[in-house]
Write a protein that binds this ligand. Structure first.
Ligand SMILES: C[S@@+](CC[C@H](N)C(=O)[O-])C[C@H]1O[C@@H](n2cnc3c(N)ncnc32)[C@H](O)[C@@H]1O
Length: 273
């Protein structure tokens, strides 16, 4: 099989495109796995009932809905480039906006909270977006970002895992995603942007896990595997090998570390940013 096929360079048409029939279910599994930790991170910043909030890359919308419930006298704007799985907002103070966050802008000092999960890591303009998100915060407002650091594929002791995730890493790089270096650099980047009271929450995600992460990983492998086979980077047999391995109750391997980071814009402008 030829291995020189080029991959998509855009999230919306890549492995996690919403045109993929399984994407709705994958986003649901992502929420099931990620929401408990995201809520812990958001509770750590102490949401106020009247906060004005921005959710970037809303996905299937559970976090935006939850924030809206916690801020009944505030307002939540949830942006996604593709809002087809968001459904009805069901809340007068929650709006879905379809748009590319790279092309949207808000007045400086608009939000008490800007939150985004697993979206900055996919955008090549992530550094610039971080600076813009800090500008959009009110003094005293919080930026909360959740991203993953995938363990480099060659760290694995298992050849099928090295092959599959090696191909995927090439796909992520071609698409402009950074799934290895970005997440662990976010705390330092927030500090450099002048945010204060920075803290993190992290979780190690295991392939072979029998809980929500295992279910999400299986869905990711199905979807990314089909994409990599279509791109000529893997054979169906190589994808099956990884699927079978991850379903084996005797198998485990560290796949990634989720890093949730939060920081507060100083109330006194002399403190920066
Ligand atoms: C991996 S999903 C995460 C979804 C959600 N944040 C979650 O964790 O459940 C990434 C989301 O970012 C959205 N997205 C990707 N590029 C975007 C862009 N340029 N502007 C706005 N949203 C974008 C995708 O459509 C997708 O819903």
């Amino acid at each position: 099989m030829s291995r020189d096929t080029t991959l998509s360079t855009d999230y919306a048409s890549g492995a996690l495109s919403k045109d993929t029939p399984e994407e709705r279910e994958r986003l649901r599994l992502l929420q099931e796995w990620g929401d408990p930790d995201t809520r812990t991170a958001l509770e750590a910043v102490g949401l106020g009932p009247d906060w004005r909030c921005l959710e970037i890359g809303a996905g299937a919308g559970s976090v935006a809905r939850w924030i809206a419930d916690r801020c009944p006298d505030g307002f939540v704007t949830a942006v996604d480039i593709d809002t087809r799985y968001l459904g009805d907002t069901e809340r007068a103070h929650l709006e879905w906006r379809t748009g590319d966050i790279r092309a949207l802008d808000f007045a400086p000092g608009t939000f008490d909270l800007v939150h985004s999960r697993l979206t900055f890591c996919h955008l090549p303009e992530r550094e610039e977006l971080l600076a813009r998100a800090v500008r959009w915060l009110k003094p005293g407002g919080w930026l909360v970002l959740g991203d993953v650091m995938c363990v480099p594929s060659d760290f694995s002791a298992h050849a099928p895992i090295r092959r599959f995730f090696g191909a995927l890493e090439a796909g992520w790089t071609a698409q402009g995603s950074d799934m290895t270096r970005w997440a662990t650099t976010v705390p330092a980047r927030l500090a450099r942007a002048g945010l204060r009271d920075i803290d993190v929450l992290s979780r190690i995600n295991l392939l072979g896990d029998q809980g929500p992460y295992g279910a999400l990983a299986a869905a990711n492998i199905r979807q990314e595997g089909a994409y990599l086979v279509g791109a000529g980077l893997l054979t169906p047999a190589e994808v099956d090998e990884v699927t079978d391995l991850c379903a084996d109750p005797g198998f485990t391997d560290i796949r990634s570390i989720t890093v949730y980071t939060w920081g507060r814009k100083p109330l006194d402008p002399k403190e920066g940013p």
